[in-house]
Design a protein around this ligand. Structure first.
Ligand code: ZN
Length: 71
């Protein structure tokens, strides 16, 4: 049994889930999302819930500048 997890209208980072976009080739549920910058694209619901894309790519967390050094 496969339950479709309804994430329509939910927000993940800068992405807002617009509508279901069917299954991809691996039969994974995909969703149309819209970034705060206005870019729309389709991504997997699983990826969203695991937090991998948080924007269309227009926004990148500044990780390189925060180097923690343990003395
Ligand atoms: Zn964007």
């Amino acid at each position: 049994m496969r339950a479709i997890i309804d994430i329509m209208g939910q927000r993940f980072g800068r992405l807002l889930v617009m509508e279901p976009a069917g299954m991809d080739s691996n039969r994974a549920m995909t969703w149309r999302v819209r970034c705060d910058c206005g870019t729309e694209f389709i991504t997997r619901g699983k990826a969203l819930r695991y937090g991998s894309p948080k924007s269309c790519g227009c926004w990148k967390p500044r990780v390189d500048q925060r180097r923690k050094e343990h003395a």
